[in-house]
Ligand binder design. Sequence first.
Ligand code: HEM
Length: 372
Amino acid sequence: MIKKVTTPAGDPAWLVTDYDQVKTLLADRRLGRGHPDPDNAPKFTDSVLLGKPHQATAEEENERHTWMRRMLAPSFSARNMELLRPRVRRLADDLLDDLVRQPQPADFHEAVSFQLPVLVICELLGVPYEDRETFRRWSEAMSTLGDRRKSEEGFTNLWTYMGELVERKKKEPGDDVITRLIEGTPPGQEEVIAQLSAGLLFAGHETTVAVIDRGVMLLSINPDQWDALSKNPNDIPNAVEEILRHRSPASQRPEDSGMPRYAMADIEIDGVRIPSGDLVLLGIDQANHDEIRFPQPHAFTSREANPHLTFGHGPRFCIGAPLARVELTEVFGALVTRFETFGLAVDVAQLTLRTEQLVGGVAQLPVRWTDA
Ligand code: HEM
């Protein structure tokens, strides 16, 4: 199904919501990020992220994108991420040690969900962990909705910070992704590397933080699933796929939202002609709740097959999916085996939401527990 909607920025767009269509279109190269006339293009948000498109033809965009994947994908391969698993588990266990030293209720979002992905992406990229509060502020500013200036400022600060880091690493190389990017690129490309690294730092934590929080909420309000997992931790990978698929219980995402793309040629979707330059939103969340593909889509349950589209599909499939999966399986593995009882200390309806932020999620997650 395709329908006309208005984006959060107030511009017209097309929204696609059926699973099969969303999946096919995610892989369709005729839909892209570029636009021939960016100043007059319809916008999804006012943020620099998923806001104004860049000027590019389909060919230029494919070339740039292929180069980007060639540069980044090897560092985040499933094989390399599996090697990180024991380290990620140790970090998750240490963070839970810190959590249980706090009086109850304690804020799981601050103590674990935020820290784990940030620690891991900092180690991988070679970004000093001590700087996390600074780049957290900039990341948050960058993904602010509805305030273009604040978003641009956050982006510029993060990019400048990464530029300085790139210069330092040119003099003192490390064993990290940024150093490998520098070594694999001809001189003069420092700005591009800084931009890629800023993107990775952002992508590497914002989304995973929100999914960890979402998993804690879902397991808290579905205690049968928590019990089943504590008895059988081998089911954690399945549960993680269901956490990835399922909408957040605290979600306030407008129903008319989706992954933004621009038609780079006149195309037809579901019998409707979409002119080149129009904005098309690919409803990943809606597709993940399409009952033809997922029976009882709103139930949080153990599913035999879970071909959700949370990491996208096709040539833009999330480069960080193997890393996110390692982090999620390890943090939930550590959680269900460590505590006898564990759950939210307040109702989901009482949680403070990050409505200003593109990725959304919650600002705090008060939890209580008893040790196993
Ligand atoms: C649960 C956590 C995550 C979710 C839900 C998620 C989701 C996504 C989605 C939906 C896309 C596709 C965007 C599109 O089709 O335009 C994507 C792309 C991407 N993700 Fe993730 N992501 C997560 C974690 C990560 C992590 C940890 C990294 C860090 C390495 C990362 C890096 C990237 C990059 C670089 C791309 C761009 C790929 C491309 O354009 O070819 N993501 N992610």
